[in-house]
Design a binder for this molecule. Structure first.
Ligand code: CA
Length: 358
């Protein structure tokens, strides 16, 4: 601060020379800035926690050590579901989680993680980076002093773990299931009871019968939690999370305090992390699926088409209703829906047609 005041004072008196400016800038740039990153994930949890670790490491490396980011797992600094508030008030400068955890702050947040029967990972990135989604995400978090951005994607998730077969939509009635976001609202409309639990509490809740069923992510993460030891049937596809975006939350004031190059490094490191996680999941999910089927003899079943079709009808109802909650949610939904309806035509004759023919 003293140096900055000196520069200001010197500049205002016209005494400053280019030599002194260059020296003071170099000296200011070499000062290490320390940031804290709080996360909703158990410390070092495969894929999600390690994804946050990689992001922090990347920022530290790309900045040549000028900006050092230290990661805190769930409950190390704050509980998992307090990440949003902690970064908003500046307890930590950064956070890593998923936007649907913040639906209580603003329902619009859910559109930036996963929407039932919504966008795939590829389409999600298309909307965020080139379809106006990112600007709307930032507008949604503006009142909280936060800048959000994408920092990971799991791809299509699994429908989840059940201890009974799901043969019709009626089988969801009375089911107490861990399922976050809009997917949870859909389960509720189908007669079930959605529960929002942080990852670290899922296994015990399922094992003890506190919940009847759960979804988590996909083979890679579900195997890591040992969910196959707590439920018999593993259903696909993850209709409720077709391409879940993970989120980096950045305290706006903290970001704006950084020099321009460090601001760019933080945001671009998130972009790299977003891509990196998707490629990791693509590779590790198929290996873990092999292990679940061949070693643990898990029953992997597809939800009947009739169940999926009913879930889609309920999802459309719910999403349309949520969109009416407030002005920003309506605006986000409109952009999301326009993009989805339009990109579907292209995906159908490209990815989908190709995959069907492979
Ligand atoms: Ca999930």
């Amino acid at each position: 601060m003293k140096r900055r005041n000196f520069i200001k004072a010197a500049a205002s008196t016209g005494l400053i020379t280019s030599t002194t400016l260059a020296t003071t800038n170099a000296s200011a740039n070499s000062k290490t800035i320390k940031w804290k990153m709080v996360t909703t994930w158990p410390k070092n949890f495969p894929g999600l926690g390690t994804g946050a670790n990689s992001l922090a490491k990347l920022i530290t490396q790309m900045s040549g050590g000028r900006l050092k980011v230290k990661v805190y797992g769930a409950n190390e600094l704050v509980p998992p579901f307090e990440v949003f508030d902690a970064v908003s008030r500046g307890t930590a400068q950064m956070g890593h989680g998923a936007a649907y955890y913040w639906k209580g702050k603003t329902p619009a947040a859910q559109f930036f993680s996963a929407v039932p029967f919504g966008l795939t990972a590829q389409e999600m990135n298309g909307w965020l980076y080139h379809g106006g989604g990112m600007e709307l995400w930032q507008e949604t978090y503006e009142p909280f002093g936060l800048i959000p951005t994408a920092a990971g994607n799991t791809g299509v998730q699994m429908a989840g773990w059940f201890n009974k077969e799901i043969k019709s939509i009626a089988d969801l009635k009375g089911l107490k299931m861990r399922i976050p976001g809009l997917g949870g609202e859909v389960l509720k409309r189908a007669g079930g009871t959605p529960v929002s639990l942080p990852g670290g509490e899922i296994f015990t809740s399922l094992k003890t019968g506190a919940i009847d069923a759960t979804e988590w992510v996909g083979p890679y993460n579900d195997l890591a939690f040992g969910l196959h030891k707590a439920a018999k049937f593993y259903y696909y596809p993850g209709w409720h999370e077709p391409g879940t975006t993970l989120e980096a939350l950045i305290n706006k004031k903290a970001l704006e305090k950084l020099p321009d190059d460090l601001q760019s490094i933080v945001l671009n490191a998130c972009k790299i992390a977003n891509q990196e996680m998707m490629t990791e999941y693509t590779t590790r999910n198929q290996r873990a699926l092999d292990t679940l089927i061949n070693i643990h003899k898990v029953n992997v079943l597809k939800l009947p088409d009739e169940v999926l079709s009913k879930l889609q009808t309920l999802s459309d109802e719910i999403v349309n209703e949520v969109a009416e909650t407030n002005k920003i949610t309506k605006k986000v939904f409109k952009s999301f829906k326009t993009y989805r309806d339009s990109v579907k035509k292209w995906t159908d004759i490209s990815e989908l047609a190709y995959l069907k023919s492979r």
